[in-house]
Design a protein around this ligand. Structure first.
Ligand SMILES: C[S@@+](CC[C@H](N)C(=O)[O-])C[C@H]1O[C@@H](n2cnc3c(N)ncnc32)[C@H](O)[C@@H]1O
Length: 255
């Protein structure tokens, strides 16, 4: 079995489209895990993945890369707070937001804090990720200190309770956010969003997969809605995809 056949088998058995990921990076990560676990060929590794949930969890960990933190790139979150959310609230009143590839929940919960502080309106945040394990942690909302290092003391006091050196998010910070499993490469995209936050995941995807995803995000946004991308990302052909550049890292769906 070669790498392409391995990817096909994974797709067939687990409904995960590994063809959407940059091949060299992905192959390197998978082969280093195989080597570490003592597998020298794809066929025996696939058979182990099929039969051993623990191996499958380790494989998912390697593929997904769950690094995240509250207010990641604080300066850009300042723009979200000071310019984007106030603008969207003025336009739409209540906001429907999607945090796509939300990892441990730091991203949707940071967004929820801003909404709570900026308006008493009735907003909803749908937070999705393909990884069940990280979604369970996100729902739990307990974080080590390094994940909340960008949270101000004031917000720490308001939204967290310290328990044995970890920080437990209070229910008052959780109520706007609902979590659901969703794969950006194989899942259906819901519509009517005013803000889609999708950061630090498309960097792992092929260019074709990125273009398809941005085009689907465009359809998922309400006219004038905003797409918020990662600090190292850039959508070169945004006009072709139906966006206008509103501010760095924020693209608005053309009306
Ligand atoms: C590096 S984290 C980014 C988290 C957060 N957006 C941030 O910027 O801090 C990437 C996340 O993308 C998720 N992911 C990877 N491939 C995905 C896919 N095809 N569909 C949905 N989520 C995916 C991973 O499980 C991981 O939680």
């Amino acid at each position: 079995m070669d790498f392409n056949q391995f990817k096909e088998k994974i797709n067939h058995k687990f409904n995960i489209n590994l063809n959407g990921y940059k091949e060299r990076q992905l192959k390197r990560r998978i082969e280093s895990l195989m080597q570490y676990q003592g597998f020298s060929d794809y066929a025996s590794y696939f058979s182990a993945l099929e039969n051993d949930p623990e191996r499958w969890a380790q494989f998912m960990d390697k593929v997904t890369i769950n690094v995240s933190e509250f207010f990641r790139n604080p300066d850009i979150f300042k723009t979200l707070e000071g310019k984007i959310i106030p603008y969207l609230i003025e336009q739409y009143g209540s906001l429907k937001i999607w945090s796509a590839a939300c990892s441990n929940g730091a991203e949707p919960y940071s967004t929820a804090m801003l909404l709570k502080e900026l308006s008493g309106g009735k907003h909803t945040i749908h937070a999705t990720d393909m990884d069940d394990k990280i979604l369970a942690l996100a729902k739990q909302g307990r974080y080590p200190a390094n994940i909340i290092k960008n949270v101000s003391d004031h917000r720490k006091r308001n939204y967290f309770e310290e328990i044995n050196g970890n920080y437990q998010l209070k229910n008052s910070a959780k109520d706007l956010v609902s979590f659901r499993k969703h794969d950006l490469l194989t899942g259906r995209y819901e519509g009517g969003y005013h803000l889609i936050v999708c950061r630090n995941v498309t960097i792992y995807f092929t260019r074709e997969a990125q273009m398809e995803l941005y085009s689907k995000f465009n359809k998922s946004l309400a006219p004038g809605g905003m797409l918020f991308i990662g600090a190292t990302e850039n959508i070169i052909n945004y006009q072709e995809l139906g966006f206008e550049k509103y501010l760095p890292w924020f693209y608005r769906k053309a009306k």
